[in-house]
Design a binder for this molecule. Sequence first.
Ligand code: HGY
Ligand code: MN
Ligand code: MN
Length: 400
Amino acid sequence: MLAQCWQLAAISQDPNRLTRPFATPAMARANALVGRWMREAGLAVELDAAGNLVGRLAGTDPAAGTLLLGSHLDTVRDAGAFDGPLGVLCAIACVHGLRDAGTRLPASIEVLGFCDEEGLRFGTAYLGSRALAGDFGEELLDLVDEDGVSLLEALRAFGGDPRAIAAVSRRDRHILGYCEVHIEQGPLLEQRDLPVAVVSAIAGATRAEVRFTGRAGHAGTVPMELRRDALCAAAEFVSAVETHSAQVAGLLATVGRLSVAPDAANVVPGSAFATLDVRHAEDEIRAEALAALLRAADRAGERRGVGVDWRVRLENPAVAMDPVLTAALADAMAASGLPPAGLTSGAGHDAVALAALTGVAMLFVRCAGGVSHHPAESVAEEDVAVALGVLDAFVRRVCA
Ligand code: HGY
Ligand code: MN
Ligand code: MN
């Protein structure tokens, strides 16, 4: 399975790093490879209208419902090999193991390779899982990427069917729940020397974009007191994000992207664009922090005669895991002789979107140094083996 993760990590749109955005040729190549592994495990494979890769294993009792497993196959820019793919490959290996053991379970199983959890290409996340949850708003099709390609055009070119996305919804189906195996993307399991832990909740998250509009000018002639320098306003905002987050317990706020125009060494920046990612386990604290940071952006602009406007691109409340499914995961851990351990997740996952459809549960796997969203991401083979054992016991329990 680890070799498969590394094989998959070689499929990228960038020559020397892993970047695999939604509905790209690299994603199509990844789907072809994972689709092959799904078939080898005995799954019937299709690409759904939203661009998700779906592997299905029928149960022995059509009335017993369907358990959803999986994770995402898209990545951030310059990504690690395990964020997403580990969960998809664990689910495939679990189904493969059931087949090799000659085990047929009453409930059906669907393994999902979600098409866009990170939101790298169109700025908003969970496109594939929102389609399954029946929450894919038509307005999303009008989003455009940095090349001006709309989500509708990208999906059509990819082999999806924008007009049939509503049919991807599982709302009218008997769904038993969704379970996702994922690297922890943090250091706690390593600190506690634990291979795996169940997730108790996922922090709420807001993604916003802030634009600063000043006036470009000649760097050699515009006096400092007459400038409307958009980058200086943005820089004050970025500094305020760091300072404010350090003062609020449990608050994580990040400016991950910053661009300047006209981006020339001898021109006073006329405009600047920044993203803002705000996370907290409690929704009202996150909302207060967002408001405070946007006020800081406004003040930074006012001081310089720089206009400031912003918009929220994604807003997800904190999500609690399903108690019944989480208890089944915990029992499966106990059956493997593992101590009970629970963690909250600062990172978002497709489970956030699927919580609108069904009960969700997650199993975290220790990752080296807690490093993620970075090529140094790595997991230990023995920890993945433990996770697979827990997932197998969980699936046998839930699908019985
Ligand atoms: O941003 C996140 O939390 C996730 O990696 N998409
Ligand atoms: Mn992920
Ligand atoms: Mn991620």
